[in-house]
Design a protein around this ligand. Structure first.
Ligand code: HEM
Length: 239
């Protein structure tokens, strides 16, 4: 192989790693938009059973009669599932590449020869992979619990509001959500910063500071917004 070809293969590989990072960033940002909307919807629990179940029913009626019943919801589900799969595929491929390139040891993360102290070396950045696994397991458990009503601690119900109220009166259900949401918070804290950096926004010390602040604020909004309903139900403020 000529030197030109080697350089060509290397640059294609580098380009596709860049594409994988961009895919992770875009799919991550799509999921963050979903989380913000979902968190807002969950807060309707404070409007009582009619308000919450009415909102759940409205989600299934969007764009009717243009779309069939729950048509818009199914479009959202397909976009979300595609985002999750592409996010996981990109993460796994990048992890595998880094392992292969370093003889199975894994590379120095967030550190370069220029910058030995590294950037973004934090608990959040070092737990992205295991944090992702925890969130994946949580989502399966959560869908079986509050969406499909298959796991029904406290009692099954056709009403999404009642499912929440039944489940979140039980301490271990609340604890399992709190643990998963904290793992999600760490993942988002680094993920938001990383997504914008992958898309080229990390250009100066000033933008790096801004991205760090943005990541913290968005993470806190999502974390607190999701924590409030289960804790309020457990405290007896919603019944
Ligand atoms: C305390 C936190 C949460 C609560 C109380 C909650 C509540 C709910 C409820 C009640 C539903 C069923 C809605 C319906 O049937 O109309 C649901 C569905 C769902 N939740 Fe959550 N959720 C929480 C956190 C999360 C998180 C952190 C994620 C993602 C990481 C998530 C992802 C989903 C998904 C994908 C659905 C299915 C949407 C659909 O296809 O209909 N949820 N959630």
């Amino acid at each position: 192989m000529s030197t030109g070809n080697v350089a060509g293969v290397r640059s294609t590989a580098a380009r596709s790693s860049v594409a994988l990072h961009a895919a992770m960033a875009v799919t991550g940002l799509i999921m963050i938009l979903f989380l913000l909307a979902h968190m807002y919807g969950n807060l309707k629990v404070f409007e009582g059973q009619q308000g919450f179940d009415g909102y759940a029913a409205y989600l299934r009626e969007i764009a009717q009669p243009l779309l069939p019943h729950a048509g818009a919801l199914w479009i959202l589900r397909v976009i979300l599932l595609a985002s999750v799969l592409l996010h996981i595929f990109s993460a796994f491929t990048l992890w595998h590449r880094s392992r292969s390139a370093t003889g199975g040891k894994g590379g120095w993360r967030y550190e370069t020869t220029k910058n030995r102290r590294g950037v973004q070396r934090s608990y959040a950045s070092f737990t992205m992979r295991w944090g992702g696994v925890v969130i994946g397991l949580f989502v399966i458990y959560h869908l079986l619990h509050l969406s499909a009503d298959v796991i029904a601690p406290g009692g099954a119900s056709a009403s999404p509001y009642q499912r929440m109220v039944n489940g979140f009166q039980i301490w271990w259900v609340v604890l399992s959500y709190v643990i998963a949401l904290i793992a999600l918070g760490f993942h988002l804290r680094h993920g938001i910063w990383s997504a914008f950096a992958s898309l080229g926004a990390n250009k100066s010390v000033g933008t790096r500071r801004f991205l760090n602040q943005l990541a913290t604020v968005v993470m806190l909004i999502i974390l607190v917004g999701f924590l409030v309903p289960p804790l309020a139900i457990f405290a007896g403020w919603v019944s």
